[in-house]
Design a protein. Structure first.
Length: 258
């Protein structure tokens, strides 16, 4: 199985075999206001960020570098246009597993270069308005999958939903756990979030073990929370807060290098 942790399905969102919940592209409501010190260097562009293109993605080099995360074995960084050559066969090899858990946005890209470039432009725009962060997961320059923070909310909640998936060929090596640890470090230490949540299919035992291992607390079953292959499914929801993260910081550093 493809390791996935997930995003909320049903809104162009992804869920996954190791899937932690979030919203997808579209319906770009900007909720709350950015707090001082939060990493959001493009947010000052105001209305000029509307209509992002690949040229804008190329111009966002400073933002891309700031979002790089290194763990003990992995590099998490924003995807680039020249990653298409690695992403296309990865999606082809894992399409069935990703679709089975609701990660449809990437599957629909397939081998379509124009669709991939538009995807990059869309997620760069969403990062610019502090709505979403998506990072490729790399080991020794090989693309393994993706992680992300979606549906970022500011103001009184300071929360986001986590997503992660790793190709079947790399499952069982702890890559999802380590990549998510790096993502949580970014969420709490750099983006100043207070809470990160995850939504996992009840029968996704592997994803639930990963969430528990990283300190996510089970919050119970959410009835008919999202669709997978057109069917409304229940999801298990869990969360971790910055207080939880800080209490185990030494452990995360020792195990994952974050």
């Amino acid at each position: 199985m493809t390791d996935v942790i997930g995003k909320r399905p049903g809104t162009a969102g992804e869920v996954g075999r190791f899937s932690f919940g979030m919203g997808g592209l579209g319906r770009l409501g900007v909720g709350g206001s950015a707090q001082p010190g939060v990493l959001n260097p493009l947010s000052q562009a105001g209305d000029e960020v509307m209509g992002f293109t690949m040229g804008d993605v190329a111009d966002a080099g400073e933002l891309q570098e700031l979002l790089e995360v290194r763990t003990r074995r992995l590099l998490l960084r924003p995807l680039r246009s020249d990653d298409f050559g690695a992403m296309a066969p990865l999606l082809a090899a894992n399409a069935a597993a990703l679709e089975a858990v609701g990660i449809v946005t990437l599957v629909q890209i397939g081998s379509d270069r124009a669709a991939y470039d538009q995807f990059l432009a869309d997620i760069t725009f969403l990062r610019a308005i502090d709505q979403r962060v998506d990072l490729g997961v790399f080991a020794d320059d090989e693309l393994l999958g993706m992680v992300g923070l979606h549906s970022i909310q500011r103001g009184q909640v300071e929360t986001a939903a986590a997503m992660a998936w790793v190709a079947q060929a790399h499952a069982g090596r702890g890559c999802v756990t380590e990549a998510l640890a790096g993502l949580l470090g970014l969420a709490f230490d750099d983006l100043a979030l207070h809470r990160v949540e995850a939504a996992v299919l009840p029968d996704n035992a592997a994803a639930r073990r990963v969430a528990a291992k990283l300190g996510f607390e089970d919050e119970g079953l959410v009835r008919r929370w999202g669709t997978v292959r057109g069917v409304w499914r229940d999801f298990c929801r869990a969360s971790i807060t910055v207080e939880d993260w800080n209490a185990r910081r030494d452990e995360y550093t020792r195990l994952y290098g974050v």
